[in-house]
Design a binder for this molecule. Sequence first.
Ligand code: GLC
Length: 718
Amino acid sequence: MDVFVDDLLSRMTVEEKIGQMHQLAPGRAGMEADWLREAVRKGEIGTMLAPGEPALLNEVQRIAVEESRLGIPLIYAHDVIHGYKTVFPIPLGLAATFNPAIVEKGSEIAAMEARSAGMRWTFAPMVDVSRDPRWGRIAESFGEDPYMNAVMGVATVRGFQKDTTSEYLNVAACAKHFVGYGAAEGGKDYNTTHVTEDQLRDVYLAPFKALADEGVASFMCAFNDINGRPMSGNRPVAVDILRDEWGYDGVMVSDWGSIAQMVPHGYCTDLKDAAGRAVEGGVDIDMESRAYATHLKELLEEGKISERDLDRSVRNILCMKWKLGLFENPYTEVGGEKFCLPSSLEASREAAVESAVLLKNDGMLPLQCKGRIAVVGPLADAPVEQLGTWCGRADEDAPVSAVEAVRAECAGKASVVFEPGLTFSRGRSEKGIAKAVRAAESADVVLFFAGEERILSGEARCRADITLPGAQKEMMKALKKTGKPIVLVVMAGRPLAVAEEIEMADAVIYAFHGGTMAGPALSDLIFGKAVPSGRLPVCLPRMAGQIPVYYNRRNTGRPAHNIVMLDDIPIGARQSTLGHTSYYLDAGDGPLYTFGYGLSYTTFEYGPVTLSSSEITSGDVLKASCEVRNTGNADAYETVQLYVRDDVGSMTRPVRELKGFRKILIPAGESRKVEFTLTSEDLKYWNIGQGFIAEPGTYTLWIAPDSASGTGVNFELI
Ligand code: GLC
């Protein structure tokens, strides 16, 4: 590769080098436009966000390969985030599976579909740690934990890039958005971020380091400024850390227009200045700012950038094209699309089953398929809404809605009545609720599908109020008055503040947006054809006012103690009578449900944790194990989680940190020994002033079913 690339590079003109650094989104109309084909013929474009139309793509590719001076092929890209035609649960839901294998499988299927449509580069995985459900893009993340984002991000990279038929990459993946995008102030998209050095290292950079180590083909810099520097021109992070410290040699592409946005950021005077700052900041490809195409030549002539700068970026780009095998075969088979295969739909259904989290069950679930079942809520019959955000190429005829799946399941066994109650999930008109109530009164049980339409999450879709939209809460109250047992199913792109609705329900499944097969998956769970195994990848807050609320927090010097809630405060209480610890008078302390939480149709018992030693040195491997028993009567998966706390550090340390998890099937009545290993590497954190260190002292370790349970055991790092 290096010989080939160096030779090609040596033969390129400055204009051709700048062309490789230019990415645009021509849209379908553009692919046929003479201006575009002429630009390709001149070598002025290197990569494109392209339509999935192989014949058209091959036409333009042929111009690049056969008519341009050097015949350098294009890379066609698309945002294949959680499926291409067959849609999987949103990444937040995929994280809830706690099953990296199913995430990898989903990415393999997405890669197969996308590549068959001519796409060779996806702008995924997004591994922005997200602790703010107001932020619409929490939907695209793997949640609030750095380790989870790393594990699922690596699984996604493997799924996309692995090609079992050649030594080339199948579909190039892209670690985004580098970095700190999820720390947007107020959960408002594109907003400024202030991230301390230790948080930057331990929380936000950690998943990206895992992807760089995994060999992800590209990175995408984020829109946001972090500590005063926009990531499209942030040399200390995007060059000094990513390139020099980590040795990353893949491609860095800007986000859409993010180079140009350094002008409104107030960081650059104009597009030309922005182009120079982006080159200095290590951005190889300019997506849709046209800053590079317009200004790099003059910046070079003015000596503000060097040809060495161009060569560095062009080499990264040419190497990516080589790794994709494009110099050998740049074309896509026409008519070879492999969309929505039965096996793909089945994998999507399995992922949707595993992504749903059973939060509450008073014994009502699993339902028997008999009598009369009322299905209510506008999202019960919203097959496209259940796809979630970022699935622009989805087959919108393929999704099976919840009501359709319930009807199919109950055919010949139970009668099903459906009333949406609201015209759509944001509907504020309560006129239709009476019909839903009548349907409920006529039935034995009620299945209420509530939540968000998909437009309410994703990019630039932030909500300051994260309760159920529209009159859904009013509908829940009306249904509750019927006295009928209610299963509440929440289909959303974020954690919602639904404490009151959960209180009114007899059983609650939090399903996120489950994709093409969400309906059948939910039906399988409701009627017991599948056992819930999802676990929360984010805390569920009681209300937005608590945000940020996440499990791996610091303890403070006054952790919550003797909480007195607002309604319980005696009238005339003296200021000194309520104690002084860290909690809210109207929300108490901690989330409604914590990270890692989820119920099953069986129960599990954890035995005591056994450690291979009570102390380790930096070279040792500590083994921690315990017996987990399925004490119920349903075979089921349990997600056994390993947490560690550095009890005393030279900086305050989180009360728990996830260091491992294992999802295992345990047959009813049986037990399994689950073992984890730890080394001092797993105990390192970024100490401001000393860098990554693992400090001697006592640690507490849990093997538990969630981030708030379990009996800790101690060991010493000496
Ligand atoms: C968008 C998103 C980014 C996406 C890119 C291309 O604005 O921020 O995640 O990959 O533009 O669509």
